[in-house]
Design a protein around this ligand. Structure first.
Ligand SMILES: [Zn+2]
Length: 186
């Protein structure tokens, strides 16, 4: 009897611990050069999906290195205050905190003031992100909605819908068009 209870408890723990958000400190983020503004529309009305247009990564060490490279490019190459995305997701299944919740990021110009920008590490024109990354993105959005960080009737859009870019890659874009709350009219 005891053994059965333990097995059930393990199942419950496994089911609720799948979303793993690694804090800025956890991946060794550089401090922002200056503080970001809060979102003008908060909780935000939109979720914007991106790809990083970089090689993929499949473990925490490699994904951490990629997130750092994105931050370096945004701060040193683009001259921004910080990494532009609110969150970055790897095909290791982890979520890496960027600007985080409630902040005006730099990722999809017409939507920055009213959206959370989520970028999956990799380049997804030919093939979509793996199941672990897709699950992490969807669970992050669900967490945001459940915790008042994203409006319940949010619009999900791909970056290419609001700017002249192929982001988040054709294969990934075709996937997110089937996700809950995807909107043809950003
Ligand atoms: Zn993008």
């Amino acid at each position: 009897m005891l053994a059965k209870i333990c097995i059930l408890a393990i199942c419950c723990i496994a089911a609720t611990q799948s979303l793993n958000i690694i804090s800025r400190a956890g991946w060794g983020a550089r401090p922002a050069k200056w503080a970001s503004n809060n979102l003008a529309v908060n909780p935000p009305s939109h979720v914007a999906i991106h790809h990083g247009d970089s090689p993929s990564c499949y473990n925490k060490a490699a994904c951490t290195s990629r997130v750092k490279s994105y931050q370096d490019w945004h701060m040193d190459g683009n001259g921004w205050n910080d990494i532009g995305y609110n969150f970055v997701v790897g095909e290791d299944g982890n979520v890496y905190e960027g600007q985080g919740w409630g902040k005006h990021g730099a990722h999809a110009v017409p939507l920055n003031r009213m959206s959370i920008g989520i970028c999956v590490i990799g380049s997804f024109n030919g093939a979509a992100p793996n199941a672990a990354a897709q699950k992490a993105v969807q669970e992050l959005i669900a967490y945001g909605v459940s915790n008042g960080k994203i409006q319940t009737n949010y619009k999900l859009v791909g970056h290419r819908q609001v700017d002249n870019t192929d982001c988040p890659g054709t294969a990934f874009y075709n996937v997110i068009k089937g996700w809950k709350n995807w909107s043809a009219n950003p």
